[in-house]
Ligand binder design. Structure first.
Ligand code: HSE
Length: 356
């Protein structure tokens, strides 16, 4: 199967290197690069050269940010190419419409690499919903924020110092405010919940980041035997659901509180299967490229699962109720939406504890 890469950053280079080492019957015919960056016979600056090549069956979109990536995905689908995307921001910006466009053109849009890096997280959700009703989702889905929290926790390191290290290791987004502000997890939550609940979810839901986290706040939780992790939290009852992104207060001995470095840990609960937990490297070139190649192998073998967002879902903030912890040490009960709004208005840090 011949493919093209759109983008040649950390993930694109890993896809190329992994396919060179293990070709898997997949050949890169073209690589789209930004103006002035194309070198050698494989590289081009012209997307049309790729879209009009009948030999290229699939394009792998490994750009970052919403545009031009989202337009490129639309153009590729409309040109009858399968698309494999690792770009959660582009996908989440128009998720139901992109899936509908793929269906309209009789091609597949696959995106395992967009959530949880190398973990088969979305694939497991797609498989679970064939029989089970998923009633909750939660997870550490951002490697950068986890790397920062873990390093602050275990080694007492300073926030800015560890963020720089995460950038050097290729975990952080080009603009790391998406990592620490919770917006990267927002994108992953939108994709995960839509698949798990079988319908489009509201694009507005609470997102609290950890920009204002400091050692003093972290120490206060430690003294109570608790820990923090930036998490997606979501619960569903029938057609109602709630979802949010927030630094979650966890018992120090819990699995999530002990997730280290750039690792992710996400779980869902199925009405039949119960809770399933998934753990692995959620960021970095090779783990993410591995997920891209898994999707390409499904296309090669025609084993991809169709995704349809056909259910009508209703956002109900009452499904996520718990305790909010503010930067000044005060606590309050409420829904995550209420507490997040209060924290935003006061311009302060919020951590949230709930049974999920
Ligand atoms: N910046 C992201 C993270 C990359 O740190 O998890 C993987 O999506």
């Amino acid at each position: 199967m011949k493919i093209a890469l759109l983008g040649y950053g950390t993930v694109g280079k890993s896809v190329e290197a992994l396919l060179a080492a293990h070709p898997a019957g997949i050949e890169i015919k073209k690589i789209l690069r930004r103006a002035g960056k194309a070198r050698g016979p494989l590289m081009t600056e012209d997307l049309e050269e790729i879209l009009q090549d009948p030999e290229i069956e699939a394009v792998v979109e490994v750009l970052s940010g919403t545009e031009p990536a989202c337009s490129y995905i639309r153009r590729a689908l409309s040109a009858g190419k399968h698309v494999v995307s690792a770009n959660k921001a582009a996908l989440a910006s128009d998720f139901p419409a992109l899936l509908a466009l793929a269906e309209e053109h009789g091609v597949s849009l696959l995106f395992e690499a967009s959530c949880g890096g190398g973990i088969p997280w979305l694939e497991s959700i797609k498989k679970a919903v064939l029989f089970d009703e998923i009633t909750s989702l939660k997870g550490i889905l951002n490697g950068t924020s986890n790397y920062i929290l873990d390093s602050m926790d275990r080694f007492g390191l300073d926030f800015a110092e560890v963020l720089k290290k995460a950038q050097e290791l290729g975990y952080a987004e080009a603009d790391p405010t998406a990592d620490i502000g919770g917006f990267d997890v927002y994108n992953k939550a939108l994709i995960s919940c839509s698949l798990a609940y079988g319908g489009p979810i509201e694009t507005e839901f609470p997102v609290c980041g950890m920009e204002q986290l400091n050692k003093e706040i972290l120490d206060r939780f430690h003294q109570e035997g608790k820990s923090l992790r930036l998490m997606m939290l979501s619960r569903r009852e029938g057609s109602r659901y709630a979802v949010g992104v927030v630094p979650a207060v966890l018992p120090g001995g819990s699995i999530e509180a002990n997730v280290r470095e750039n690792y992710n840990c996400a779980s869902f609960t199925g009405s039949v299967v119960g809770e399933l937990k998934f753990y692995g490297q959620g960021a970095g070139g090779d783990p993410t490229a591995d997920a891209v190649i898994q999707d390409l192998i499904q296309l090669r073998d025609h084993t991809q699962r169709p995704v349809r967002l056909s259910k009508k879902l209703i956002y109900d903030e009452n499904l996520l109720t718990g305790t909010g912890y503010f930067a000044d040490g005060s606590r309050r009960e409420g829904t995550l939406a209420q507490l997040a709004a209060a924290a935003k208005e006061a311009g302060t840090f919020l951590a949230f504890e709930c049974a999920l």
